[in-house]
Design a protein around this ligand. Structure first.
Ligand code: ADQ
Length: 679
């Protein structure tokens, strides 16, 4: 059984006499997934494309009849559509993943909506996952679905495919939520990309941003004790359907007997390089006046994301540029650019492909670009020239195209000239190589191969659900082998365990305990747990004997062959007790004092924000002002010994806050005195 999860169900909504109904929207992906869903039995989960308010106003939504595939709508309110889809998906992820960093917005409200909606999608598919369905999640709108689904159904068989580019690590890390998104994707068994470069970027991010162990050669990321397969599966088109639609169209007349056609077909989107392309067409007509009256450039645009402001602005800019160029070059009976903004059904679009002498496909960045493959497929006479941007994923496979840099207006103009004047045998040789390649790997092959790989990755992931111990040791083993002795120092709170509200709630996970035990058994490794807790406390919390424990920031050390107390601390116990009394007397809501023998900790984490200033502000000896207003002060204050300069070394050893009152600070000035830490 298969469950497909995508942002949109494959429908478009129509209103008849106030009633809303859905009709199936055609497309290569739908055509490829439909038969597989029917064969395997399945469900398609997605947003039906109409906000809930409109559905309610229309008294419900009539779903298309169940024709072997069950469509499960995920309801979204108008606000969610605006924040999750128009906002985080299309104003944050879409521009950033296409390297338009300047257009990227960073808004935590849209991020939260994105999280909520992704969780809802996961809940909608959880039942199928529980019943053993292979879940296939599509695209950038749903990067967190694998994460939420894995939490609901740990045994889920789960694959993800990204249709758009995955950017280089230095661009991806710009996102404040980059790590969460990576974890979201890494909850899958298989993560698929269009071309090798995107997969490499993803592996680098997993390694650099999450510290995962990555096997590049095998395309494996080890994350949270699981093996995730990272693969390349370039999407393709339904070649048979396109060829059938191209066949009835009359073959083009010989070039000498007709005008020449250059064609552009795109979704209206700033990533498609439309302005740059128009400027290249202008440069071509500027440089080659002999082609005036003989060459027509037709640009077909499908409107998209009309509610996102940038898109209507883009449409206005294109209108202006087309008008200006036509005004500049038009002659009686001829205008250089024909321009249509409408969606054509495939039976009208494919003949246009077939007639075109040249296709100009020049996106500034594109995951794959299906137009390039559709154009190639429709060239039944193996004629026609494809000019293709090197920034499109399709350029990896379609090397016989004239490959251009879409930002280089002169280069694109020259490519148009070269394409129009290319000798027939060269045209045919290039095109037949391109067609063979696309036909050998059409969209049906893509679906089948991806599903096979997904099923295999899920099997492999189950077989190798390695314990985290194995993963850690596999990673460390070669490194350890080269060293005589290694001391591994680890903190407890926030390192071996997550930070929690109350210290006693910081329980060590069983898997982490196993890692420590395994490390302890490794011949040349010593493990030392260093903590601000008392040594007895940290030893009890970890519960692994044979380790060395350092408590109270170093005042106490216990382990094999060592039992140490910093000498003379008794002198300071009275001062410490009175500091504790004073702090407790402050009676600040949420603040509390933890007595740890030779140190105490003043906990401010639960103090209401408005009171934190009072609870945590003081001045250090050098007059700098330290405040605890950032919410989670994790300061450790210590006063110990004499520095090499002969002056006393006193100071914050971590985040740089001081004890709450100067008087108290002064009291712990003596050599090797007790410490107060604020947390
Ligand atoms: P898109 O960004 O939508 O897809 P693309 O791959 O070019 O880009 O697909 C566009 C589709 O729209 C084509 O199938 C084309 O035929 C159709 N189309 C364009 N203009 C049309 C018109 N006027 N009338 C009718 N149809 C029109 C995302 C990624 C791509 C990736 C695909 C698939 O951005 O990089 O190739 O997904 O994975």
């Amino acid at each position: 059984m298969l469950a497909v999860v995508s942002n949109r169900l494959p429908f478009s909504a129509e209103r008849h006499h106030g009633e809303l109904s859905l009709t199936r929207s055609p497309g290569g992906l739908v055509a490829a997934l439909d038969p597989v869903l029917r064969r395997l039995g399945g469900v398609w989960v997605g947003w039906p494309g109409v906000p809930e308010e409109d559905v309610e106003a229309a008294g419900g939504l009539t779903m298309p009849p169940d024709d072997g595939v069950c469509y499960r709508p995920v309801p979204l309110s108008a606000r969610e559509v605006s924040q999750y889809y128009g906002g985080f998906s299309n104003r944050t992820l879409w521009p950033l993943f296409h390297y338009f960093v300047g257009r990227t917005t960073f808004d935590s409200a849209t991020w939260r909506a994105y999280e909520r909606v992704n969780e809802r999608f996961a809940v909608a598919v959880a039942e199928e996952a529980r019943r053993g369905a292979l879940v296939w999640v599509h695209d950038y709108h749903l990067l967190l679905v694998p994460y939420f689904l894995r939490r609901l159904v740990p045994q889920a068989r789960l694959a993800f495919f990204l249709h758009i580019p995955f950017p280089a690590a230095d661009v991806f890390r710009v996102l404040p939520w980059s790590r969460s998104l990576l974890r979201g994707m890494l909850a899958s068994d298989l993560v698929g990309f269009q071309v090798p470069a995107y997969a490499q970027h993803f592996l680098t991010c997993a390694e650099r941003l999450l510290g995962c162990e990555v096997d590049r050669a095998a395309g494996i990321v080890r994350s949270e004790g699981r093996e995730v397969s990272v693969q390349v599966h370039p999407i393709s088109v339904d070649t048979k359907a396109i060829e059938e639609r191209a066949r009835p169209a009359a073959p083009p007349l010989p070039q000498q007997e007709r005008g020449l056609e250059v064609l552009g077909v795109d979704r209206l989107d700033y990533t498609k390089g439309l302005q740059e392309r128009l400027l290249a067409v202008e440069r071509f007509f500027e440089r080659y006046p002999a082609y005036h009256g003989r060459v027509q450039f037709t640009q077909l645009l499908v409107p998209s994301r009309e509610r996102v402001a940038e898109y209507s602005q883009l449409k206005r800019e294109i209108d202006e540029t087309v008008g200006r160029i036509n005004g500049r070059f038009s002659e009686a009976g001829w205008a250089p650019i024909r321009y249509f903004v409408r969606s054509l059904p495939p039976e009208e679009l494919v003949p246009l492909y077939r007639q075109a002498d040249v296709a100009l496909v020049t996106p500034l960045r594109d995951g794959m670009n299906l137009v390039a493959k559709e154009y190639v497929t429709a060239q039944l006479e193996n004629d026609g020239v494809l000019i293709l941007s090197e920034m499109a994923g399709a350029a990896e496979e379609l090397q016989e195209a004239l490959i251009v840099n879409p930002f280089d207006v002169d280069m694109v103009a020259e490519a148009v000239h070269r394409a129009l004047s290319m000798p027939e045998d060269e045209r045919r040789a290039r095109m037949s190589a391109l067609r063979d390649r696309v036909r050998a790997h059409d969209v049906h092959a893509w679906v089948n191969r991806f599903l096979e790989a997904a099923a295999a990755a899920a099997r492999q992931a189950r077989a190798s659900t390695a314990s985290p111990t194995d993963a850690v040791l596999r990673r460390l083993a070669p490194w350890l082998a080269q060293r005589p002795t290694v001391a591994l120092f680890v903190d407890y709170d926030g390192t071996l365990t997550p930070l929690v509200a109350r210290p006693q709630e910081a329980r060590l996970a069983e898997a982490t305990r196993q890692v420590l035990e395994q490390a302890l058994r490794t011949p040349n490794v010593d493990v030392v747990v260093v903590s601000g807790r008392s040594v007895a406390d940290v030893r009890d919390m970890v519960g692994v004997s044979g380790l060395t424990y350092v408590g109270n920031h170093g005042f106490e050390i216990e382990g094999p062959g060592i039992s140490y107390r910093y000498p003379g601390t008794e002198r300071f116990l009275a001062a410490l007790a009175s500091a504790a009394t004073e702090l407790e007397a402050l009676a600040i809501e949420g603040a509390w004092v933890e007595h740890k023998g030779v140190t105490l900790t003043y906990h401010l984490r639960a103090v209401p924000r408005a009171l934190r200033e009072r609870a945590g502000t003081t001045r250090s000896r050098d007059g700098r002002r330290w405040t605890g207003t950032r919410g989670t002060p994790s300061c450790t204050w210590w006063c110990a010994g004499t520095g090499s300069s002969g002056r006393r070394a006193c100071g914050p050893c971590t985040s740089g806050t001081t004890p709450p009152m100067r008087t108290r600070f002064a009291r712990c000035q003596g050599s090797g005195g007790p410490s107060v830490s604020r947390r």
